[in-house]
Ligand binder design. Structure first.
Ligand code: IMP
Ligand code: MG
Length: 175
């Protein structure tokens, strides 16, 4: 099956929104440092852009988990592919996600990280598909709520493709 990508959110609008959220985070973490945790690979582009717009001291770490194969449905089973390099004990942690769909991945991730003694733990996501939620998760910062469509770009992939698109697009399948 062939596919093509239609623009859903332009590069300009994504950038504007990230700047806005970065400002909000900077205000709310005033007087503290924030420890960003990027959920690879999808969160990488968003975290870099966001980090540049935060004005309080920032540290960063990366982890990779998987709840997806190459299909478009979450299995709800969290597989640790790469753990964090550093301890999060006593830190104000902000998890940076690309997208929240069923919420299963995030729910399991937050539960795991809470056992490691962070001072606080919050969640920031580029995209949210609220209609798809199966597990109730708390999200502190959301850039965009989107309809139930499969999206790519700005770090998000379809079968490992399209992560490098500078906008958010919808994948359409053709005969
Ligand atoms: P959840 O566990 O169902 O919330 O799945 C979350 C993960 O599924 C995200 O971190 C993405 O990696 C992936 N995902 C969910 N929806 C999409 C989408 O529309 N495009 C690309 N990846 C997606
Ligand atoms: Mg992800």
């Amino acid at each position: 099956m062939k596919e093509h990508v239609d623009i859903l959110i332009s590069e300009e609008n994504v950038d504007k929104k990230i700047e806005e959220i970065g400002k909000k985070i900077s205000e709310e973490y005033q007087g503290k440092s924030v420890h960003l945790i990027c959920v690879l690979k999808g969160g990488a582009f968003f975290m870099c852009e966001l980090a540049k717009r935060i004005t309080v001291p920032v540290s960063m770490d990366f982890m990779a988990v998987s709840s997806y194969g190459s299909v478009t449905e979450s299995s709800g089973h969290l597989k640790m592919i790469k753990d964090l390099d550093e301890s999060i004990e006593g830190k104000d942690v902000l998890i940076v996600e690309d997208i929240i769909d069923s919420g299963r991945t995030l729910d399991k991730l937050v539960t795991l990280l809470k056992t490691r003694g962070p001072k606080s733990i919050k969640v920031c996501t580029l995209l949210d598909k609220p209609d798809r939620r199966v597990v109730d998760v708390n999200v502190d910062y959301t850039c965009f709520n989107i309809p139930d469509e499969f999206v790519v770009g700005y770090g998000l992939d379809y079968d490992q493709k399209y992560r490098n698109l500078p906008f958010i697009g919808v994948v359409r399948f053709e005969e």
